[in-house]
Each structure stands twice: as C-alpha cells, then as structure tokens.
Design a protein around this ligand. Structure first.
Ligand SMILES: [Zn+2]
Ligand SMILES: [Zn+2]
Length: 240
C-alpha cells in the first residue's frame, strides 16, 4: 500500500542523524528543480514557435535558484521536525479522505496564496520582495525559483500552517506536492502547450494555465491566483 510505504519512509527518517536528513531533503529539492528545468526545456522545444529562444540561464539566476533550494530544504526539515514533535499530524489510512483531503489542500492553498500574492502587490513588500520575481516579463522555467528569500519562506510558512491546521492524509499531501510543482512549471513555461479549445473546456477553464500566469507577469494587476482563476474571477482581477 502506497500510504503504508510512505508512512514507513517517514518512520525510517526519524532514525537517521540530522545531517543525513538535511542531505536527503536537499537532494529531494535539487532533483525536483532539475526535473522542472529539464521537462520545461523539453516542452519549450516542442511547443515554441520561436526558434531563437535562449535556453541558457545567467549566473545570478543559478545563484537565486540555489538559494531557493536551500530555503526549501529548510522548510522541508521544519515540516519534518514539526511532524516528529507532534505539532503536525498526518493520517495514513486509505479512504475517501485522500480525495477530500487533496481538495482541501488544493483549494485551501490556492486561496491562501491568492491573498498573500494580492497583498504583496499592494504594499511596500512589492518593491523590496516580490519585484525580483517580476523581473521576468516573459517567464521561463527557472523563474519558478527566482524568488526573494522572504517570499520562499512565506510560501513555506503558509504550507506548514496548512499542515498544522488539519491531519491530512499522507497520499493527499504527496499528490498535492506533485501537482503544485506541475502548476509552478506550467505557469513559467513562457509558452502555452494547451490549445484554446482544451483550455475552454468545463473545469479546465477555471484552472491556472500557462497563459493565466504568463498574463500576470505581463500585466501585474491581473491573475493573482495559482492553481485556479476562481478567486480572480470572484474579485474582479481576472484576465483571460
Ligand atoms: Zn506577482
Ligand atoms: Zn511567476
């Protein structure tokens, strides 16, 4: 059973020295980053009409990406420590709860991140924190990791707060984390792999597509959501 295996994995980690844990969590974050960059490049090559597209990243972009990976490792360790210390509880039963918990995580994080993102655009924090991410007017995959340290830590804080709220199922947590990465990559592809007729299908039209987040980088007054466009549609900040 997947949830039993995941639970065994967590319990196995509790027996490891702290240094090993840091290295495992760092490796996990680096592997995710490498996959995002590689898959992102493949998708760009497959779908881009611009044959002159520049796939190389600057030294500063690599440095910021590295810093984000270190901070995400810190957040992963913090989550593990909070779970080990009993502040965060994780369910391991296989039930309908996996689906419901996933929906709770997906929409819960979507609204929390929407509010955080909207607020950061309206305050002094935009210039000092969020502007760094907006240097990219035509985002590319590495821009998912081009974030001010305070922004990375804030998103991590929202995530740990969410886990503290409720004992989510371990499978729902893993599925949510994978989908979070897919949406992050999608938003920073710089191209739109989905044809308009698919993007306009029921349900899919409410999801945060490449075009949705790309439009936010181009017109910062619109599209503050991440996974869905629901909150932007509700609060009048949606741009197709
Ligand atoms: Zn923004
Ligand atoms: Zn972005």
């Amino acid at each position: 059973m997947l949830s039993a295996n995941l639970n065994d994995g967590l319990i196995y980690l509790t027996g490891l020295p702290v240094l090993s844990l840091w290295l495992i969590f760092l490796a996990e974050n680096v592997i995710i980053t490498v996959l995002v960059l590689l898959i992102g490049r493949q998708l760009q090559q497959k779908f881009s009409v611009d044959t002159l597209i520049n796939y190389s990243y600057t030294r500063r972009e690599w440095q910021l990406c590295g810093l984000t990976n270190i901070l995400n490792t810190l957040i992963t360790y913090a989550g593990f420590w909070l779970w080990k210390s009993g502040f965060i509880k994780i369910e391991t039963d296989v039930s309908l709860a996996i689906f419901l918990d996933f929906l709770f995580l997906f929409f819960g994080m979507d609204i929390l991140m929407f509010v955080f993102h909207y607020m950061i655009h309206q305050t002094f924090l935009y210039q000092s924190v969020h502007r760094l991410h907006h240097l990219a007017v035509h985002p590319k995959p590495i821009d998912l990791f081009i974030l001010h340290p305070l922004e990375t830590l804030s998103f991590g804080g929202l995530w740990l707060f969410m886990l503290w709220l409720y004992p989510f199922n371990i499978c729902a947590v893993v599925i949510y984390l994978m989908i979070n990465i897919i949406f992050g990559l999608t938003g920073h592809l710089g191209i739109e792999p989905l044809p308009a007729n698919i993007r306009n299908l029921p349900f899919i039209k409410y999801l945060g597509t490449s075009t949705f987040h790309h439009n936010h980088h181009q017109q910062e007054r619109y599209n503050f959501g991440f996974y869905t466009s629901l909150w932007d549609r509700l609060f009048g900040t949606y741009k197709a």
